[in-house]
Write a protein that binds this ligand. Structure first.
Ligand code: ZN
Ligand code: ZN
Length: 260
């Protein structure tokens, strides 16, 4: 199993997951050329991608999806609502995989279970992956943590978790009022503190690796996100490095791969 983020943040998101010979991209929010460059960094060629899963239609998740699918004949997996919302050009029928329910799907031998996320898109999803005895969850673009999210990520060993903004930085930052309201709202993005609280819950239930992702460029920094989450973990008696590996997904380059 190999997992890494390729790009992360509002300028584009994409995650690479490989297991038992199946290579999946989760989102492709940069151009076809950029994603090829990112894949080159991890010695994967774009024609080796077997599936593209899309979490939701926002451009930072869908920009290169259509191009990649057409160029390399790659099937796209997305919720019904995401298909309606995505503007990715013509996609061949045989490359359209649509789901409506959150039941487990078999994607190239990997068990994939979607879950609902509170975010201002048509039918946004997070994904949980069952890889034999290991489980991974990808939970970004979440306005707030609810029981549904907790249930979905519960028991996953590895979680890629949004830590979008620091509340004070968002408040005092340059964004116009309506944008501040959107990001901080129930269906916007997740703040560092809530990420920290979910991180506590996760580690208490067996998660050993958390990668913070989708950090805002204006309203967060790697240091602020890391130290906020580490402090909340510490308050819960959890030591970073000893009890949990805590990483940050870089904005423009690939993260260190998580390999099992
Ligand atoms: Zn979004
Ligand atoms: Zn996003």
């Amino acid at each position: 199993m190999k997992l890494c983020t390729l790009v992360s943040g509002s300028s584009g998101n994409s995650i690479f997951l490989s297991h038992n010979g199946t290579n999946i991209l989760i989102d492709c929010g940069v151009s076809g050329k950029q994603i090829q460059n990112s894949l080159n960094q991890i010695n994967v060629s774009a024609d080796e991608i077997d599936y593209i899963l899309v979490t939701h239609e926002h451009i930072d998740h869908s920009k290169g999806v259509g191009v990649l699918s057409r160029r390399y004949d790659i099937p796209i997996v997305a919720s019904h609502g995401t298909w309606l919302g995505m503007e990715i050009g013509e996609i061949a029928d045989h490359n359209k995989i649509v789901f409506n329910e959150n039941s487990q799907m078999d994607i190239g031998g990997i068990g994939v279970t979607p879950f609902d996320t509170p975010h201002d898109a048509m039918q946004p999803k997070g994904y949980k992956f069952d890889l034999g005895d290991k489980r991974i969850a990808i939970a970004t673009d979440i306005g707030h943590i609810n029981q549904n999210i907790k249930d979905a990520v519960f028991g996953c060993e590895i979680v890629i978790l949004e830590a979008n903004y620091d509340e004070d930085m968002l408040e005092s930052g340059p964004y116009p009022y309506h944008l501040k309201k959107r990001i901080g709202g129930e269906h916007g993005h997740l703040c560092n503190v809530e990420a920290g609280e979910l991180a506590c819950f996760l580690v208490e239930n067996g998660t050993h690796t958390i990668m913070l992702a989708h950090l805002s460029k204006e309203n967060n920094s790697e240091n602020v996100a890391f130290s906020t989450v580490a402090r909340i973990l510490d308050l819960g008696g959890i030591k970073v490095s000893k009890d949990v590996k805590l990483g940050i997904a870089p904005r423009y380059c690939t993260s260190a791969p998580i390999v099992i």
